[in-house]
Design a protein around this ligand. Sequence first.
Ligand SMILES: Nc1ncnc2c1ncn2[C@@H]1O[C@H](COP(=O)(O)OP(=O)(O)O)[C@@H](O)[C@H]1O
Ligand SMILES: [Mg+2]
Length: 367
Amino acid sequence: MTSHDTTATAASVPQPAVRLDAVSKSYGGGYAVQDLSLDIAPGEFFSLLGPSGCGKTTSLRMIGGFTDPTAGTILLSGEDVTALPPDKRNVNTVFQSYALFDHLSVADNVAFGLKRKGVPRAEIRERVATMLERVQLADLADRKPRTLSGGQRQRVALARALVNRPQVLLLDEPLAALDLKLRRRMQVELKQIQREVGITFVFVTHDQDEALTMSDRVAVMNAGHVEQCGPPEDVYERPSSRFVASFMGTSNLVPGTYRSGEIVLDCGPALPVGRRPGLTDGSSVSLSIRPEKIWLSDFEPGMAVVSGVVRETVYSGPTTTYLIELAPDVSLSVLEQNTDRSRMEDRWSGGESVQIGWRPEHCLVLD
Ligand SMILES: Nc1ncnc2c1ncn2[C@@H]1O[C@H](COP(=O)(O)OP(=O)(O)O)[C@@H](O)[C@H]1O
Ligand SMILES: [Mg+2]
């Protein structure tokens, strides 16, 4: 994705809450962020998703004013803030480490920013109480942070940022320190709170599930640039590159040559993917198909059905993953929901010859 779309609806859309225009940051040797252009709408839950080192934190720090870009412009609600220090931007940040004051109570932690801004006492009391209610910490207002659980401390940090009513809240992997179960719960809670307060969230994470669960839109980053930006369904169901397809959960990626509706593998077999008008015969491509889109039985007319051999069976509670070898060095993983208890005995084991099938429209042909 490059510069800003000026679509037909542009006139009715308000100023973006955040606009990055060709923003880069280089550190001597290479770019941490290169030529990044993004518009984030007011009230949007926007995630920057990507592997460690791809430039997420650097991007967030540039929006917050903690890192100066080497090139490009940053606008908040239409105002050029590129040269403004953090405290002159209507933005708050929640870090992974929470950074709470241990000697202050929960309520005083939340009140801290308002006191410093000289907000009247009565108003502080009311805003703090409302915010503690919202993050379900009202009962713990007088406790010290160190007596709280990780999830509770995380909510204090969130309340402390939100109480300032920033235009934009920046969150850098705020849930990373929590265990899986609590993280899942906090994802839902955080999304609920964001909807209630209506503040624009820019959320950094390396966790695909987290980004998919919480976001209105996700920007998938790789080596300092955005590979794809769109709603969760788009980046998951219709990845535009091999990187996105493989980073967004497990996908099968099989290289081959496109020829009249099939991808012909180097080692012989041809995998039906349906006609692709945009593709010329003989192009080098990759077939991408999600494990959950491959069927193991009860094929319907129009499905592509191929033969293979079961090489591995991995049972993981609600699902079972099979690795099906189609040819030497070409295997597909297939995910099956374990819905029907009676089929426990029917589960395939290694070495068995099987057939698998898919709908050609569920195949992506990349490159
Ligand atoms: N202060 C710095 N000095 C030099 N290199 C840096 C600095 N900060 C970040 N980088 C480099 O920039 C790249 C992106 O880093 P970062 O934005 O922290 O990535 P992420 O948050 O996605 O893990 C990395 O290669 C990192 O080593
Ligand atoms: Mg980071």
